[in-house]
Design a protein around this ligand. Structure first.
Ligand SMILES: Nc1nc2c(c(=O)[nH]1)N[C@H]1C(S)=C(S)[C@@H](COP(=O)(O)OP(=O)(O)OC[C@H]3O[C@@H](n4cnc5c(=O)[nH]c(N)nc54)[C@H](O)[C@@H]3O)O[C@H]1N2
Ligand SMILES: Nc1nc2c(c(=O)[nH]1)N[C@H]1C(S)=C(S)[C@@H](COP(=O)(O)OP(=O)(O)OC[C@H]3O[C@@H](n4cnc5c(=O)[nH]c(N)nc54)[C@H](O)[C@@H]3O)O[C@H]1N2
Ligand code: SF4
Ligand SMILES: [Mo]
Length: 885
């Protein structure tokens, strides 16, 4: 018997429905919810591996004060007292909250209400500043409100889907699958990917525009100028529902053709092909994500895109529209509650006196923030220079994810009072908490999230609260009460949701897009049963058409949209002679942000187990870098060390490094240490994708790879990167100097008892050494050392942690560093759902499977979530090309 609970995936903004089943034995399994309109039963690799991330290993289960376990009463009293004291002594702007798009709407609502309506400051900002701020600003400039006009279905209905600055295949995998399925059904549908890198998303693209970093403004200005002279302009729509068309076109027309080519780095033919496709395809959707938002011209990029859709009237109708893809599970919910420092609740504006007065009346609050608060980058500057005396960080890990991360870390470390609410005991940020509060995690907490298409879904708890962990909304309500504020006596998240819904309807009457008044009196029972729904959903109204703006109706006072006359940025190049390479940062398929959850799963960690920097072959040659070398990257603000990956997918002059690795998983790989605090002038969003850096080979005397049953203590090593593996850990190592006694080193690092003697091999000539330690028939640890990067079959070595070693020959196979014939090496993991390695896929291809489907039939690879299908296709192409040579 098992009990099933419908909930929502806690990762990306696709917002997939999940069915979690808890068996009598306590075992939890998850599957996609076939009834959820975001995913109709599908899940990607991260969603499928959710059960591997919910164990209590590493969790913070009790409140801590100064690193010591304490109780809730004292912890909450202390937080309330220190915040109140700072406010009395230095005013409300001396305190700040830094929160997250991974809070549930109910948590977020309470945080925003407490800060803006009761403390009376707007110093609440969120990691959405690093994520969606440019889209929010672009929407508000064009539409008068932060409205995403379209729905997921539009991607399936479109004849042309443009993905710019979005690696959909890896970052919104289920939406990518929906798009890929639509294209498979209607092959005439066209897909254009605009990205400096040839990402896995390009697998389904008809056209890939390898744009120069930040060339997007010029590209879409060029497109607008092109459209202006064609029949594609919808003059009726433009006249009836917009303002500023002529000025925008005039600005765009000012961009000469050579300049357009120079700015975008794209040949004229490619530009023309793209422009014509857009011109000739009424059903066009333009999706954009961080390649657009995270830029010093991010807001202009958003408006340059929206301009083209307004000009053609392609908005709010089936298969048409600009589509901002949200990153986090509740990025959109955070925008609804006004969690950004320059917003107010329920899409109201903090600059607007009527809005402020209305919200204050609704909250019956003693005070109201009168001006926007500090945006993330400025907030941490204020922490650093002592203006902020008390800071509460919730559900985000800024020491890893903020630009100028070393500066941000120092600011937090030196702040007089820091509260961190998290689910984990050890993160790069929790190490600086004066008060650490244990939060409920996914599967334990209850609330709602809103996905990219404005669909509100329930996250439901199905696990008992562990230790003394409590919900984030509860923590803040308790502190609010202790600070003497009324209005925080919530008994359940349903009460908070009802209040949020009621506020959205309060004196709304069509004034604001965000209206979910229909839920203003929802009770616990109805909340528990709440099915996913899209906003708006006003009181008494029939179901809304679910799209916005087909007939105009924008939220500027005159109901008209605004074209923005954009100026092409003065320059988009950041490099110089000292820092000649462009650093681009982003995501990989199987990790989520700072790895606090996906890092727990061996399966997810096996796809890419180490931080890497991806170079074009030409740059690698110039820098004297070979595959699998280590490289040190440097900018004026910091350095990191990563593995070198050489690939043609990368544009020459540019280096891609994932954002995920941090001090818990690697020696020195917090890439944000290199990112300067340069922001978009309108949105305040940092530019994380165009950073000038230098690179040089990291030379080591000894390189190592180790597998161990226990977590290794490697912090003193020059280079290390650890990852969970089935049965233990895998560790990459490099040493600037050789170690005197490797046996001793292993004993210390892997915690090997002194009575366990190693089995060893050393070749003085080649410098190769191998050591293995066994306890009865179990492998405790094995290390492979060499003067060059170690070439051992890693997945085979990891497999040894879980196999029996009573047979001496197997022990010697480890020391020989080679799989025996009876234990083939699976190779690097490609399909993490079924743990299928590259060697099995290659064997299947050699055996005659020449399509992704055939490989799937033979090996299962790519048949569950499908996120690896592009990689499988690449391997097939590679094998067939090699065979043809
Ligand atoms: N696997 C996984 N999925 C995730 C997440 C995760 O951590 N892991 N995080 C979620 C979150 S919060 C977010 S915000 C989304 C982000 O989703 P995406 O925005 O799709 O992801 P990124 O990898 O940050 O960046 C997208 C692409 O922008 C490209 N790019 C860089 N510079 C430019 C440029 O100047 N112009 C253009 N056109 N493109 C450029 C990069 O090369 C990169 O391929 O992903 C969500 N989904
Ligand atoms: N260079 C570079 N930097 C970037 C980006 C980039 O592309 N390049 N992307 C930016 C973007 S778009 C984003 S969204 C950010 C993401 O960056 P972060 O928000 O810093 O990343 P996470 O690892 O998701 O942090 C979430 C934290 O909350 C904890 N947590 C999980 N569940 C709960 C809960 O229910 N309650 C509480 N209180 N805590 C919880 C986790 O353990 C973790 O410590 O990074 C940004 N930084
Ligand atoms: S696409 Fe994957 S990560 Fe995103 S919500 Fe769906 S299952 Fe979760
Ligand atoms: Mo994000």
């Amino acid at each position: 018997m098992s009990v099933e609970t419908k909930t929502t995936c806690p990762y990306c903004g696709v917002g997939c429905g999940v069915v979690a089943a808890v068996a009598d034995t306590g075992t939890v399994t998850v599957k996609g919810d076939p009834d959820h309109p975001a995913n109709f039963g599908r899940l990607c690799s991260k969603g499928s591996a959710l059960t591997e991330t919910i164990d209590l290993d590493g969790r913070v289960l009790y409140p801590e004060i100064s690193g010591q376990r304490d109780d809730w009463e004292r912890a909450l009293d202390l937080v309330a007292q220190r915040f109140s004291q700072a406010i009395v002594e230095h005013g409300p702007d001396s305190v700040a909250f830094y929160v997250s798009g991974q809070l549930l709407t109910e948590d977020y609502y309470v945080a925003n209400k407490l800060m803006k309506g009761f403390i009376g400051s707007a110093n609440i900002d969120t990691n959405s500043r690093l994520c969606m701020a440019s889209s929010v600003a672009g929407h508000r400039r064009a539409f008068g409100a932060d409205t995403v006009p379209g729905t997921y279905e539009d991607l399936e209905l479109a004849d042309l889907v443009i993905l710019t600055g979005s690696n959909l295949a890896w970052c919104h995998p289920v939406l990518y699958q929906r798009l890929a399925a639509a294209k498979a059904e209607r092959p005439e549908m066209k897909i254009v990917v605009i990205d400096p890198r040839r990402t896995m998303t390009c697998d389904i693209a008809d056209l890939h525009l390898a744009i120069k970093p930040d060339g997007d403004v010029a590209l879409f200005m060029g497109l607008l100028a092109h459209l202006a002279g064609t029949g594609a302009v919808d003059a009726v729509y433009v006249a009836a529902h917009t303002k500023g068309f002529d000025e925008a076109v005039a600005a765009a027309a000012g961009l000469s053709e050579p300049e357009l080519t120079m700015r975008t780095g794209l040949p004229a033919q490619e530009l023309q092909r793209f422009f014509r496709l857009f011109e000739q395809t009424p059903k066009t959707v333009t999706c954009f994500s961080q390649g657009v938002n995270q830029s010093s011209s991010g807001t202009d990029k958003v408006n340059a895109i929206i301009n083209c859709h307004l000009a053609t009237g392609r908005i709010g109708r089936p298969g048409m529209g600009p589509f901002s893809l949200t990153g986090q599970p509740n990025a959109m919910g955070g925008r609804e509650v006004g969690g950004l420092a320059n917003m107010l609740a329920a899409h109201m504006a903090i600059e607007n006196e009527n809005d402020r007065e209305r919200v204050q009346r609704f909250w019956t609050s003693p005070t109201m923030a009168a001006k926007p608060g500090l945006k993330a980058v400025d907030m941490f500057k204020a922490v650093a220079d002592g203006r902020i005396k008390a800071l509460w960080i919730m559900a985000t890990n800024p020491v890893v994810s903020m630009p100028d991360a070393d500066f941000v870390e120092a600011a937090i470390r030196d702040c007089t009072f820091v509260v961190v609410s998290d689910v984990l005991r050890h993160t790069d940020t929790t190490r600086h908490a004066h008060v650490l509060l244990p939060s409920l995690g996914w599967g334990e907490k209850d609330g709602t999230v809103t996905n990219s298409e404005r669909r509100i879904s329930r996250q439901r708890g199905f696990l008992p609260p562990p230790g003394e962990a409590r919900a984030d909304w509860w923590q803040m309500s308790e502190v609010a009460r202790r600070m003497g504020f009324d209005g925080f006596n919530y008994a359940s998240p349903a009460e908070i949701f009802a209040e949020h819904a009621a506020l959205s309807a309060f004196e709304n009457n069509g004034r604001s897009d965000f209206d979910i008044g229909a839920y203003g009196d929802i009770d616990d029972n109805a909340y528990n049963r709440l099915a996913p729904f899209q906003w708006p959903q006003p009181v008494g109204a029939v179901r809304h058409t679910s799209r916005f703006f087909a007939e105009g109706g924008f939220y500027h006072p005159d109901s008209k949209a605004r074209f923005i006359a954009i100026e092409v940025p003065a320059t988009t190049a950041r490099t110089d002679a000292r820092y000649p390479l462009t650093l681009n940062t982003g995501r990989i398929r199987d990790h989520w942000h700072t790895m606090t959850r996906t890092g727990k799963s061996a399966r997810l960690s096996s796809h890419i187990a180490e931080p890497f920097a991806e170079f074009h072959p030409r740059d690698a040659t110039e820098l004297g870098l070979s595959a699998a070398d280590l490289v040190e990257l440097e900018s004026p603000s910091g350095t990191v060390i990563t593995r070198v990956l050489i690939s043609e997918r990368q544009a020459s002059g540019s280096v891609f490094v994932p954002m995920h690795w941090n001090d818990q998983f690697a020696a020195k790989a917090r890439i944000d240490a290199l990112v300067p605090p340069l922001t978009d002038p309108v949105s305040g969003q940092p530019a994380a994708k165009n950073v000038a850096i230098a690179a040089r080979r990291f030379s080591a005397r000894v390189y190592g790879f180790a597998v161990s049953a226990g977590k290794p203590s490697v912090s003193a090593t020059d280079y290390w990167a650890i990852a969970k593996a089935d049965g233990g850990w895998r560790t990459e190592l490099a040493f600037r100097d050789t170690v005197e006694d490797w046996t001793d080193w292993c004993r210390d690092t892997f915690g090997i008892p002194t009575d366990v003697e190693p089995l060893g091999y050393a070749d003085r000539q080649s410098g190769e050494q191998r050591l293995a330690f066994f306890d009865a028939d179990k492998l405790l640890a094995a290390i492979f050392l060499a003067r060059q990067p170690v070439a051992v079959a890693r997945n085979w070595a990891i497999g040894q942690l879980q196999s029996s070693h009573s047979d001496l020959r197997k022990r010697f196979a480890i020391i020989a560093g080679r799989p025996g014939a009876d234990q083939p090496d699976p190779g690097a993991t490609v399909c993490s759902c079924y743990s299928i390695g590259v060697n099995r896929i290659v064997a299947a291809i050699r055996g005659g499977c020449h399509s992704v489907e055939a490989v799937g039939k033979e090996t299962n690879a790519g048949t569950n979530c499908g996120s690896c299908r592009a990689e499988i296709r690449g391997i097939i192409d590679g094998c067939l090309a090699a065979a043809a040579e």
